[in-house]
Ligand binder design. Sequence first.
Ligand code: ZN
Length: 166
Amino acid sequence: MRKVLHFSSPHELYICDAVVIWCFDARFEPGFRKLLKRIGVMQADSIRIAGGAKSLVSPNYESNRLFLVDQLRIAMRLHGAKRVVLMVHSDCGAYGGLTAFDNDPKKEAEHHSADLQKAAAYIKSVIPELSLEAYFIDFEGVWQIELAGEQLSPDVAVMPTRVKMA
Ligand SMILES: [Zn+2]
């Protein structure tokens, strides 16, 4: 092998601020990274899979759901993960895009909100000790979804339930 880049990475193991399950759609990466910073997730164990949290609710393959649960358990064991951030986004190809919702953003948002609640309930049923937050991101901002039995993230709890991030 040959060295193609010189770079120093930290040797120390870390405690992750959260495990983030999100879609790999690059359009929403800058906005979602901004949200993560705002809610105090600097050091994330990042799991990117087409559809994000969709794979916990309606996976293309059951193995995808098992993969995600396995990754959560590994993050808990290796990096002390206690907090999970779930993400789905507008016009996601894994859902068939916005057209799958008749190009109706409201219809899509309602569907994705319900999916995030189901995804959170599923994680809670298999790993009850994790705390969960869920976010829907569209072309204008990020929206937090209220989850039964969970606190809203501290930084946005003071704002209305559906918060548009600048
Ligand atoms: Zn997507």
